[in-house]
Design a protein around this ligand. Sequence first.
Ligand SMILES: [Zn+2]
Length: 132
Amino acid sequence: MHGNIFRYKCFDMGHPIDELPKTEDIPPRCECGSLIRPDVVWFGEMLPENAVMRAYQAIETCEVMLVVGTSGIVYPVAGFPGVAKRAGAQIIEINPEPTPITFDADVSVRGPSGGVLPQLLEKFLEKRAETP
Ligand SMILES: [Zn+2]
């Protein structure tokens, strides 16, 4: 949703930049003359429309949504769990504190994701190994 820090684009036209030009100019410029920047969404910028559309397509067909380590207050992403819930998905929230998403969650696990996710994966792998 928020781009890729390992990719670049130009400010004015959004031209994708595969490789930074070899230059003394800091910051470097695109062939169109515009400055080059990381291909990420900065505070106050809109999310890429196609990324939002692809996310909604995935949300409408998912069976389970993991909501991990988010405040749950920045839209449109904060609305994704509610959309998934209405489409029939189970919502599992992992967060140290309750959030507005807790209301829609079928399961809320309190704790930091770095501790909870490895434990969940371990339990999942155990259960899967037991299943014939
Ligand atoms: Zn450009």
